[in-house]
Unconditional design. Structure first.
Length: 78
């Protein structure tokens, strides 16, 4: 399914886009779809990175505690 959009672009962005898509010999619609798909994938990665960083901070203290317990156990095992 496709959606029809009307959008306003700054003249500089439009001219640059037109130049690039003509060089690549790609229809405008396909070029913009690819560009948005690429941008969306970058944004998803950024969101995932933030989420993983946040969750890592939440468990870091617990992880250090467990590591300390393992080290104590290992020392007592020697």
């Amino acid at each position: 399914m496709s959606k029809v959009l009307s959008l306003k672009l700054k003249d500089e962005i439009f001219q640059d886009t037109e130049s690039m898509r003509k060089t690549a010999k790609v229809p405008r619609n396909a070029y913009i779809n690819r560009a948005l798909d690429f941008f969306n994938s970058i944004q998803k990665r950024r969101l995932l990175k933030r989420q993983l960083t946040k969750e890592s901070k939440l468990v870091s203290k617990e992880s250090l505690l467990i590591l300390s317990e393992f080290e104590t156990f290992a020392e007592n095992f020697d």
